[in-house]
Write a protein that binds this ligand. Structure first.
Ligand SMILES: C[S@@+](CC[C@H](N)C(=O)[O-])C[C@H]1O[C@@H](n2cnc3c(N)ncnc32)[C@H](O)[C@@H]1O
Length: 417
């Protein structure tokens, strides 16, 4: 009898047909006892596959983070979006992300998830341009001692772990130093919206991080106007310290417990599933590193498909790193729509939200990574949010903003480039 299954393409139907023929041949060969044993084996395999699938669906991180990320939808029948999980950024053609989510786990002797990722990709170890020189610390690094922003010459400590202002990026507890004293004596705060006692809620003064990008495009934009996210230099592949050194804060994947929650106006969102203290590293914005040309093509596709396949919005982020000279910037495009991590669920808030996006460049790496730190203490259950960029949408693709903050501009930021 000719079997046809109209729900599959012709190629698949032919394969199924061939499979049925093989099965018929096998059945003719086997004794009833052998057939019964084969049936039991198949049944136990099916049970294993079902439980594997269930576990993967129950864990948004597909087993690739240090703890599972639960998914909660008590609102509607919208299904959890399918995407391949990657704890960190990857090249779009890379085959290290496997359909079953397997691959690399924590691997201390090789430097943990991040270093493994970087080695697989090769792209983070390009020598030369923009890559910083690594430290020569044995085992774990020691923070450089600073007195009012001045380096103590007697105890210079590790040569990594600085901000682009040459002050320690982290405290002794590996928290981001959100407020520090510059060597001109002035207090410097990365988080402008929280520096003064009185927060200015006007839309013009809402925190402006400039998410803009291309895999590696240097352009000559005016950095007097465009301030990119703050830059941190961490230990990396060029250093001799161990993978668990205190200056690799952002290199071990998701560092706090979170949950993906379905929400009424903003689709899926990411919530804290524990108390997160101010300055803690939360996660990297993981996804496919793509070129600017690719990002434009994909954005066009996502804009067209909005309302159908990508109905909860795409997760294509453009970031610009502004050069200290002030006359050039590097554009990085990360698309977390099809390959991404938990950061793809973090929604926008016009007042800057409770997360601070920063760029981190590991010593020996060319391309910086976008990472998110808690800019304030965050309660268990609170939604995690940051500002996607300068407020206001681009003509033709204006999406309403439902952040609900007093600073709400009314529309989501979007990139026109
Ligand atoms: C990176 S995704 C964030 C996760 C997304 N909510 C989801 O369901 O996958 C960005 C998309 O989320 C939605 N979104 C994020 N913040 C929003 C906000 N404040 N108001 C309305 N929609 C928002 C928009 O559709 C946006 O294109």
């Amino acid at each position: 009898m000719k079997r046809r299954d109209l729900s599959f393409g012709d190629g698949v139907a032919q394969e199924k047909e061939a499979g049925v023929k093989v099965l018929e041949l096998v059945m003719a060969w086997l004794s009833p006892q052998e057939l019964a044993s084969l049936a039991r084996t198949c049944q136990s395999m099916a049970t294993t596959v079902r439980s594997l699938t269930r576990d993967r669906v129950a864990d948004a991180a597909q087993g690739l983070e240090r703890w599972p990320v639960l998914i909660r939808n008590e609102l509607d029948s919208c299904r959890y979006p399918w995407f391949q999980y990657t704890p960190s950024c990857c090249r779009s053609s890379s085959n290290f992300v496997r359909p079953w989510g397997g691959g690399f786990g924590f691997c201390e002797e090789h430097g943990g998830v991040m270093r493994r990722c970087q080695e697989d990709l090769g792209i983070f170890r390009l020598s030369g341009i923009l890559s910083s020189v690594g430290c020569r610390c044995a085992d774990s690094c020691v923070l450089a001692q600073q007195d009012h922003g001045e380096l103590d010459d007697e105890n210079v400590g590790c040569t990594c772990g600085y901000t682009s202002d040459r002050v320690n990026a982290y405290t002794d507890e590996s928290k981001l130093q959100l407020l520090y004293q510059h060597n001109d004596g002035a207090d410097v705060c990365w988080d402008d919206s929280k520096c003064t006692d009185e927060v200015d809620h006007s839309a013009e003064n809402a925190v402006v991080q400039r998410p803009d990008h291309e895999f590696f495009e240097v352009s000559d934009e005016d950095s007097d106007v465009n301030e990119g996210p703050p830059l941190i230099l961490e230990c990396g592949g060029a250093c001799s310290c161990r993978a668990d050194c205190c200056l690799r804060v952002t290199q071990q994947g998701l560092s706090v417990r979170v949950i993906v929650v379905r929400q009424r106006f903003t689709g899926w969102g990411l919530h804290a599933a524990q108390h997160i203290s101010k300055g803690s590293f939360v996660c990297e914005y993981g996804g496919e590193l793509i070129t600017t040309a690719q990002s434009r093509d994909r954005q066009r596709l996502y804009d067209e498909k909005d309302g159908s396949k990508f109905r909860c919005g795409s997760a294509l982020l453009v970031v610009r790193e502004y050069m200290p000279s002030g006359d050039a910037c590097v554009r990085i495009n990360v698309d977390a729509t099809r390959v991404g991590n938990v950061a793809r669920f973090i929604n926008h808030a016009c007042d800057g939200g409770n997360l601070l996006p920063c760029l981190v460049r590991a010593a020996g790496s060319v391309i910086p990574r976008l990472v998110l730190f808690a800019r304030q203490d965050i309660h268990d259950g609170e939604e995690l949010r940051y500002s996607y960029g300068s407020c206001g949408g681009v003509a033709g693709k204006v999406l309403p903003c439902h952040c609900g903050t007093p600073a709400c501009f009314g529309t989501l930021p979007s990139d026109s480039t």
